[in-house]
Write a protein that binds this ligand. Structure first.
Ligand code: HEM
Ligand code: HEM
Length: 183
């Protein structure tokens, strides 16, 4: 029950953050292209709605992947931070434990959002173009990493699973980055 609560709070958090990110983007977009939008407003209404929702979910995916991925720098820098800043030990350990506990949910949220984003973008474009195929690559890597991650969750001592999960995620992040800069 407590886990479900945290899961729902995480979803709300991710959507909240992505809303803030997109809202600030839209203000400048509206200012720059107001006239262009007005001319095509009626034709593109339905397509535009899918696209806007899809883009918002795309940024939500980025935030969720970032939140899930935080576990990496936090774990790797733990020794250094505790040695150099012993006063921050307690807070650092709490953050590390929190991220460890909810990593799986953040990862699953990232995966779910990437799929929703892909479907929404496909519906708005009506076809799969090169940037969509690159995005699909990122989702496939994340999906395989997620399957290995659920196995890893049951047996955290299998280091080969951890390494493979991390490597696949690194590829997913790289491909995701290429997808964003090319779209
Ligand atoms: C990990 C996976 C993915 C991430 C993190 C991601 C993220 C993003 C982001 C942040 C944008 C830019 C939105 C904007 O311009 O404001 C975008 C655009 C786009 N994405 Fe994805 N995406 C992913 C997967 C996919 C998949 C699977 C598809 C399609 C099947 C897809 C199709 C598109 C398309 C067509 C655009 C271009 C939108 C436009 O500017 O017209 N993406 N994506
Ligand atoms: C899709 C669902 C996902 C599942 C089920 C999952 C599951 C797991 C599990 C169980 C661990 C071991 C954690 C521990 O030792 O306490 C792990 C580690 C890790 N995960 Fe995920 N994960 C998922 C998605 C992601 C995503 C989206 C990212 C990054 C964007 C990510 C990055 C990592 C990294 C870097 C580690 C290694 C942490 C370390 O020990 O240094 N994972 N994952």
């Amino acid at each position: 029950m407590k886990n479900l609560k945290m899961f729902l709070i995480s979803i709300l958090f991710v959507f909240g953050l992505s809303y803030v990110v997109i809202e600030s983007n839209q203000v400048s977009a509206d200012d720059d292209f107001e006239e262009k939008y007005e001319i095509h407003e009626e034709d593109d209404d339905e397509e535009g709605t899918y696209e806007e929702i899809g883009k918002t979910i795309g940024w939500g995916t980025v935030i969720a992947m970032g939140a899930a991925g935080l576990i990496f720098p936090i774990r790797r820098s733990a020794k250094w931070i505790i040695t150099n800043y012993p006063k921050s030990k307690n807070i650092f350990i709490s953050i590390s434990k929190f991220l460890g506990k909810y990593h799986l949910y953040l990862g699953l949220i990232a995966l779910a959002l990437s799929i929703f984003h892909g479907v929404a973008m496909y519906l708005s474009e009506g076809k799969l173009e090169s940037e969509g195929i690159i995005g699909l690559g990122a989702v496939i890597f994340m999906m395989i990493a997620g399957i290995l991650g659920t196995v890893l969750f049951r047996n955290k001592k299998v280091n080969i699973l951890r390494t493979t999960h991390t490597t696949l995620i690194a590829f997913a992040l790289l491909i995701g980055f290429v997808h964003i800069i090319t779209s």
